[in-house]
Design a protein around this ligand. Structure first.
Ligand SMILES: [Zn+2]
Length: 380
């Protein structure tokens, strides 16, 4: 039987989790997949060891579609792609993500779900099987994460069934992503019923009317602590209170949201309400690449332009610990002993204070990325 080697790395700053201050002069040891100890390191090299990223929402099989002039032409392209009429094979995206420091991801997999090859480089791929509602898709077995696509693509009956029968499964739904979706739930003319349904060959279905997508789901009893509301752009204070009361989580995909909907979820309202909020890249259909680095910076600059008070540490926490918590990946919530040895090593060009570290990593971390370890194995 092969014995795993005990390995060690010393660093000037160790970030166990980004919501806590970094620790100075630490030696991290690991054996196999797990962190073994964190102990003092008297003369540490100028490096930082920080947690790997969790991409909480991604469609790895999507291809480049990011050229459409508006939402309607974009959805038409997606429908063609889903029907197999349009396909540009993309290079292996999961491998790209892992080499850039993403150690786990919530992957939306389109029907027909096929047995996938193991994730490259040992990363953790949490599969959400997508249910679109118009292609006779069965529900995944109980306990498996599921992604009922959106309020406008599943009938109210199907949505109700999923939340009733899959109480204990993670359920990721694209929610409040566009103004057109708001029109849909209000029963007003919208592009889905007018343009997209005929294209997809489905008749419109009757549905109750609601003031907002969040209230629509509440009305159908489709919000709970296992609900991940992807995007949640068109939400107001009332909606945020509902999400908080139902203990739902939110995942923002800033670049996709700005591209398709020219807006972003009101992050300060979510933070104030204590809603667990993470970051995802979405798929190549609506974002130029699957880099969490660029995702974080887009969020940062958007927040800045809005005058929101969001610190680098908060952005980094969303991209790491919050994603792990939302996806139920307890092992990846910190670098405490016993947890997964999945982390990045970043060279520091000079001495810096613990206060400077978070902004340095947020803005320049990928330029100084020296190594990525996933489950104890070096992948970069
Ligand atoms: Zn998506």
């Amino acid at each position: 039987m092969a014995h795993s080697r005990r390995e060690e790395i010393g660093c000037k700053w160790l970030v166990n989790r980004w919501d806590l201050p970094p620790r100075e002069g630490v030696s991290l040891t690991w054996e196999g997949k797990r962190v073994q100890s964190l102990s003092p390191c008297p003369r540490p090299p100028l490096k930082a060891v920080v947690p790997g990223f969790i991409n909480a929402h991604v469609h790895p099989d999507f291809t480049h579609l990011i050229t459409a002039p508006d939402l309607l032409s974009w959805i038409k392209e997606v429908v063609k792609f889903r029907k197999g009429e349009k396909a540009h094979p993309s290079p292996p995206q999961e491998e790209f993500m892992a080499r850039k420091g993403t150690v786990a991801w919530g992957s939306i997999v389109t029907w027909p779900w096929k047995d996938e090859a193991p994730p490259p480089l040992g990363g953790t791929r949490l599969i959400f099987r997508e249910v679109l509602g118009d292609v006779g898709v069965p529900l995944p077995p109980p306990g498996f994460p599921v992604s009922p696509h959106s309020p406008y693509s599943l009938t109210p009956q199907l949505l109700k069934t999923i939340w009733k029968e899959r109480r204990d499964s993670l359920k990721a739904i694209h929610l409040a992503e566009s103004q057109e979706e708001v029109l849909f739930v209000r029963g007003e003319p919208n592009i889905f019923e007018r343009e997209i349904f005929p294209l997809a060959g489905r008749p419109p279905f009757p549905h109750p009317r609601a003031r907002s997508p969040v209230e629509y789901l509440e009305m159908l009893e489709c919000l709970d602590a296992k609900t991940i509301a992807i995007h949640s752009i068109f939400v107001d204070q009332k909606d945020v209170e509902i999400l908080a009361r139902k203990k739902a989580s939110v995942v923002l995909c800033p670049r996709s949201n700005l591209y398709l909907s020219h807006s972003l979820s009101p992050l300060p309202l979510l933070m104030e309400a204590g809603i667990p909020t993470a970051l995802g890249t979405d798929g190549l259909g609506s974002t130029p690449n699957l880099s969490m680095w660029e995702e974080m910076r887009t969020l940062w600059f958007h927040a800045r332009s809005k005058g929101w008070r969001v610190t680098p540490r908060e952005v980094l926490t969303m991209a790491t610990r919050q994603g792990a918590k939302i996806l139920g990946l307890q092992d990846l919530t910190s670098l405490e002993p016993g947890h997964e040895a999945s982390f990045m090593v970043i060279a520091l060009p000079r001495e810096m204070s613990p206060e400077e570290l978070a902004s340095f990593v947020l803005f320049q971390g990928d330029l100084y990325l020296e190594a990525v370890y996933i489950k104890g194995k070096r992948v970069l």
